[in-house]
Design a protein around this ligand. Structure first.
Ligand SMILES: Nc1ncnc2c1ncn2[C@@H]1O[C@H](COP(=O)(O)OP(=O)(O)OP(=O)(O)O)[C@@H](O)[C@H]1O
Ligand SMILES: [Mg+2]
Length: 255
């Protein structure tokens, strides 16, 4: 099993943001984590990536515990992520943003690249070439040299995904990648995610856009108030009355 989460629990003060959550992600699949606002989805990502420590429970990646690893060590182990609120380096170009993702897997040159110190070496050239290839896959090659902040929002989201791919992860965690995208951009995103899967990448997808979730996910876990209330295939989830109840009063529709 690629990722195995069991009994995961995290409190903030008296509130259980995540309570006894468990799921497994098989290699080469897209696993979706859905649920109303505040259900604990982002907290699960923060626990997996070492930003937060669980109160209890365990997370195994490729059979090994991730306990105690710092975020950069989790990334070096093969798990990268995107953020619900974009976290790009706005002063850097589109290409440089992707290059920082490649340097983040613990090799050399990261500080030099941040400080823009001279000394372009063979590694930098290779990383720059790979970054351009990634940009072309998300349709951003032509804007490689403009500042990231100058991109329209939808393209910034794609850029963040490209950066998360640059270190060559086995698993990426996507936190609402379709948020703020228009419908054409959302369709492009869904096609891109399916292509990544075909290439062997595994994903955990947190997303409110149900059409995208139902189209791309192999399995879905529904969280409500921190607890898993239903798990299954898209068809099973759509037919589960418990899930429909959890969403009542929400804007979200189970497609
Ligand atoms: N760092 C924190 N400190 C205190 N409370 C937090 C913290 N992070 C999250 N919470 C609380 O934990 C609960 C779960 O939040 P979380 O961000 O994981 O939800 P979510 O499912 O990602 O929601 P959304 O769909 O709105 O992004 C919420 O009640 C939230 O207010
Ligand atoms: Mg969230």
């Amino acid at each position: 099993m690629l990722l195995e989460v069991q009994g995961l629990t995290k409190h903030f003060g008296g509130v259980a943001a995540v309570r006894d959550v468990g799921f497994e992600v098989s290699e080469g699949t897209i696993f979706a984590l859905i649920g109303p606002n505040g259900a604990g989805k982002t907290t699960v990502f923060n626990l997996i990536t070492g930003i937060l420590r669980p109160d209890s429970g365990f997370i195994h990646f490729l059979g090994k515990p991730l306990d105690g690893l710092k975020p950069h060590q989790v990334s070096a182990a093969g798990i990268t992520r995107t953020f619900q609120n974009l976290q790009l380096f706005n002063g850097m170009t589109v290409l440089e943003n992707v290059m920082t993702g490649a340097y983040l897997n613990g090799k050399t040159g990261f500080v030099r690249s941040l400080l823009r110190m001279p000394g372009i070496n063979a590694e930098d050239k290779l990383i720059s070439k790979q970054a351009l290839t990634l940009l072309s896959e998300v349709g951003l090659e032509s804007v490689a040299d403009i500042p990231a902040a100058a991109l329209p929002f939808g393209q910034q989201r794609l850029l963040e995904i490209a950066r998360s791919l640059a270190s060559g992860p086995r698993l990426i965690l996507l936190d609402e990648p379709a948020a703020g995208l228009n419908s054409a951009e959302t369709k492009t995103l869904a096609i891109f995610l399916k292509k990544l899967k075909q290439n062997g990448l595994s994903m955990v997808l947190v997303e409110h856009d149900m059409e995208t979730v139902m189209e791309v996910a192999d399995r879905i876990l529904v969280l409500n108030f921190g607890e898993g209330i239903s798990e299954g295939t898209p068809a099973e989830i759509q037919a589960d009355p418990e899930v429909i109840r959890a969403y009542l009063g929400e804007d979200d529709q189970i497609a």
